[in-house]
Design a protein around this ligand. Structure first.
Ligand code: ZN
Length: 331
């Protein structure tokens, strides 16, 4: 048992949060939500990473709260990443539960091209285009391999379109598709309980990574900023995120997350004046990083370069943060 793992938490008469550890360091665990139906059936939101330990500890945690995993009827995943969808296939096999994801995410899962991001040959081209000095290639290659997570080839039993309602016994969940973290990321709104399940779209402290799926023509950063605005009607709702801890104050958190990106975009706009078409490496090395530029190694360096690429691309496409702020104020 991991030291810092929180105990199962009761959210509501019929909703619990169970922390299931992840095999790598950060974040430490996924929050799996257990929904008890008014007919005794169980439903899960984000079942977590599939390890032998998690298979056993999910069952154990559910029995600690007085329920039985064999009553499982539905498994919903906010997105296809292994720390959320991971256990779904095993649970379907052992309990017969139906697996539900968004229609967009289903298409991502079905698209085998998604794995190309973790192709080292393709990555060599990326490092070249970013202008990464050759002596830093090896540590980035190693980080990419270490960070590659297994993707489950899974055909869901049901898909949810944006705005569709999933009727579970005692829980009405409205789908809000929030692209950004992944293309088909799904948030679920329970109006009766005034809660929103946000997966990795909104976390209380961590800034979610963006565009962590297949490569498309869409811009994950503008998608993400739009998706943050889409949650405005639920600002007073309690947030049940996929990691860290449940919290209130969605309005403020949405503002912080948008501000984080607008600040970065502002930095790029200023740098563009003298860096122009310079490669991503030149931009990233002049931006501010909480670890300091010299403190970035391996995966944190990769992540910094990737984020910088997204911000630079957006600025080069003509996006300007002050126009965005003006637009926000006019709403
Ligand atoms: Zn996650």
């Amino acid at each position: 048992v991991t030291k810092d793992l929180p105990a199962p938490q009761r959210i509501d008469e019929a909703v619990w949060a169970i922390a299931l550890p992840l095999p790598y360091g950060q974040p430490a665990y996924t929050l799996c939500y257990v929904l008890l139906g008014d007919d005794g059936t169980l439903h899960l939101v984000d079942p977590g990473w599939d390890t032998p330990e998690n298979r056993a500890s999910l069952r154990a945690a559910i029995s600690v709260i007085g329920l039985d995993l064999d009553a499982l009827s539905t498994v919903i995943a906010s997105h296809y990443h292994a720390d959320h969808l991971g256990l779904a296939e095993h649970l379907r096999e052992t309990t017969g539960a139906a697996v539900v994801i968004s229609d967009v995410e289903r298409a991502v899962l079905a698209d085998r091209a998604r794995s190309s991001r973790h192709d080292l040959e393709a990555y060599a081209g990326t490092l070249e285009s970013w202008g990464v000095p050759p002596e830093r290639h090896a540590e980035l290659d190693a980080a990419l391999v270490a960070a590659s997570v297994p993707v489950h080839d899974l055909e869901p039993d049901r898909e949810l379109r944006d705005g569709e309602v999933l009727e579970l016994p005692g829980h009405r969940l409205s789908s809000v598709i929030t692209p950004g973290h992944t293309e088909g990321h799904l948030c679920l709104v329970d109006h009766d309980r005034a809660v929103i399940y946000t997966g990795d779209h909104v976390l209380p402290k961590v800034n979610p990574g963006l565009g962590l799926g297949r490569v498309t023509d869409r811009d994950p950063l503008t998608d993400y900023l739009d998706s943050l605005e889409r949650l405005e009607p639920y600002d007073a709702f309690r947030v049940l995120p996929g990691h860290e801890a449940p919290f209130s104050g969605l309005r403020q958190r949405r503002a912080e997350l948008a501000q984080h990106h607008l600040h970065r975009i502002g930095e790029v706009v200023r740098l563009t004046r003298f860096l122009g078409d310079a490669p991503i490496w030149e931009y990233a090395s002049r931006m501010t990083w909480s670890l300091g530029w010299d403190g970035l190694h391996g995966f944190t360096l990769h992540s910094a370069l990737y984020q910088t690429e997204q911000h630079v691309k957006l600025v080069r496409s003509g996006y300007h943060p002050f126009r965005q702020v003006a637009r926000d104020r006019s709403l």
